[in-house]
Design a protein around this ligand. Structure first.
Ligand SMILES: Nc1ncnc2c1ncn2[C@@H]1O[C@H](COP(=O)(O)OP(=O)(O)OP(=O)(O)O)[C@@H](O)[C@H]1O
Ligand SMILES: [Mg+2]
Length: 257
């Protein structure tokens, strides 16, 4: 599903690479957590995966298609099947829940009709079905700005699902939520992806979450992958390798044991 070969990314104004020599193969339907300290390169790696940022070198295949060297139309087509979920939800706050979820259908429509908010019956059907799946039917016509954090992330999940994606990339989807909601949202996301055989790649801060919710853990440190295996294989030494004996290790890693 996702094949990454010798990926490097260095931001313009930086001396060091944010992602260093990353090679990775993620199969269809896998549920992968990327963990690591702040600045270890998790977001950069996720953003490279759908070419939100262009890697300095290396290659990425999504479903056997080269997204990095594709032309603009092809990048858009490949991206239309990749749902994105962010820590800060990235929703249009003044618009309704339904309108935000319908935005997941944009790539299935021509831009003129969507400019006037015209979505097809099928689009509405799909949006409503996904709102139901995330438990938000009651809030369909409410403005996003009036919802709680957990509800907003549910809207973002419904929007991603409306793309009918085969991959969901989630960059710290639960970091702005309280622990109870964190679990709820991770359960929801994990269950839906399992049901629909969607490949899920999620960056997480807390190791115990990654162990609970993912079937594969990728540990990053200073832009490099330093661990890649099933949660059961992770030893305390690996955790120290990932986080270093830092505040992050104490905060995020140690709690996983
Ligand atoms: N837009 C940018 N310009 C320059 N450097 C950047 C930019 N974004 C990230 N970096 C640098 O790249 C490195 C990796 O950052 P990245 O955001 O990928 O880490 P992260 O693992 O997602 O961290 P966090 O857990 O804090 O979200 C860091 O050293 C960071 O300072
Ligand atoms: Mg990040």
């Amino acid at each position: 599903m996702i094949k990454i070969k010798k990926l490097n990314h260095r931001y313009n104004n930086r001396k060091e690479n944010a992602v260093r020599d990353v090679s990775l193969h993620i199969r269809r339907g896998e549920n992968v957590a990327i963990i690591g300290s702040s600045g270890s390169g998790k977001s950069t790696l996720l953003k490279c995966m759908n070419k939100l940022i262009e890697p300095t070198s290396g290659n990425i295949l999504i479903n056997d298609e080269d997204i990095i060297n594709a032309n603009k139309n092809d990048v858009n087509r490949i991206r239309s099947k990749i749902g994105m979920i962010f820590q800060n939800f990235n929703l249009i706050e003044r618009n309704t829940v339904l309108s935000n979820v319908l935005n997941g259908r944009l790539s299935y429509n021509n831009s003129l009709s969507t400019l006037f908010g015209r979505f097809s019956k099928e689009d509405h059907l799909i949006a409503n079905e996904n709102l139901k799946r995330v438990g938000l039917t009651k809030h369909t016509h409410e403005k996003v700005m009036n919802l709680s954090g957990g509800q907003k992330q549910r809207v973002a999940i419904a929007r991603a699902l409306s793309q009918q994606p085969n991959v969901i990339l989630a960059d710290e989807p639960v970091s702005s939520l309280d622990p109870k909601l964190m679990k709820e949202i991770m359960d929801l996301l994990g269950n839906i992806c399992k049901e629909k055989n969607i490949t899920l790649v999620v960056s997480l801060h807390f190791l115990d979450f990654a162990k609970k919710f993912s079937s594969r853990i990728i540990g990053m440190r200073d832009g490099k992958i330093v661990f890649d295996d099933e949660p059961a294989q992770l030893t305390e030494k690996d955790v120290v390798d990932i986080y270093g004996k830092t505040k992050d290790w104490y905060l995020y890693g140690k709690a996983g044991f």
